[in-house]
Design a protein around this ligand. Structure first.
Ligand code: C5P
Length: 232
């Protein structure tokens, strides 16, 4: 499994995204396209970025009945993305259906990972509003195990949760972790953050980095620093 840095391209238009990607003349970073850009520009943004030679993590976090998710995943698979995701809360049956939909006729498929509990959900709200009477950590580990049982490749989680997920699901089970900041950088609105070096130590397979790269004075230098610290 190749460790890599994924840049969160949280831009609102195709033009802003291309202006950013044009800065990279030597490397082709793995990029994450989220709901904002996808809803603004549609599938063509995925095709355009793919044509430029980038790997793509399409972060749409699907959550619906198994049949709908299966059919939607089949569409995403045809877009030729490299990684995509869904909510583990959709149950093991939904995750299995997603995997079926995603698998192409030749047996290949994009990497499929699950969101366990969003990092914006506090334990208090999860218990009070969602009536889940377990700790947030037990919930994350249980959802990760459900994803593993369904045959998924891994989960999206905070780097600080990656260790316990690996411990329970095995080190081959992938962890993709946002919430990364340089030791001397701005934390912004992220609460539980880790440096690229620390994420490497904990065992993250991919780190997702947005503003520390996209808002840097020199995004290419910031990307290279991330790769140096995380991949080595
Ligand atoms: O700019 P920043 O590095 O905070 O960007 C992190 C990216 O990872 C954003 O696209 C954000 O939506 C995403 N993300 C996150 N926390 C999660 C899931 C996704 O920060 N739990």
């Amino acid at each position: 499994m190749g460790k890599d840095v994924i840049i969160a391209c949280d831009f609102s238009s195709a033009q802003a995204t291309f202006d950013f990607l044009d800065k990279f003349t030597e490397e082709k970073p793995f990029v994450k396209i989220g709901m904002e850009l996808f809803y603004a520009e549609g599938p063509s943004i995925v095709k355009e970025i793919k044509k430029r030679g980038h790997k793509i993590f399409l972060d749409l976090k699907l959550h619906d009945i198994p049949n709908t998710v299966k059919k939607s995943m089949a569409v995403l698979s045809k877009l030729d993305v490299d990684m995509t995701n869904l909510h583990a809360a959709g149950t093991v049956e939904m995750m299995k259906a997603a995997l079926e939909g995603l698998t192409r006729e030749d047996g290949t498929r994009p990497i499929l990972i699950a969101v366990t509990q969003l990092t914006s959900t506090s334990e208090e709200r999860m218990q009070k509003e969602l009536l889940i009477n377990a700790s947030i950590n037990d919930t994350i580990v249980k959802y990760a195990n459900n994803a593993k049982e369904a045959g998924l490749d891994g989960v999206v989680c905070s780097p600080l949760e990656a260790g316990m997920v690996k411990e329970s699901c095995g080190k081959e089970f992938m962890t993709v972790t946002p919430g990364v900041r340089f030791a001397d950088g701005d934390v912004g609105d992220q609460v539980r953050v880790t440096t690229p070096e620390k994420a490497k130590e904990i065992g993250s397979d991919y780190i997702v980095v947005g503003r520390p790269i996209t808002a840097a004075d020199d995004p290419v230098a910031a990307y290279r620093r991330c790769v140096r610290e995380f991949v080595g």
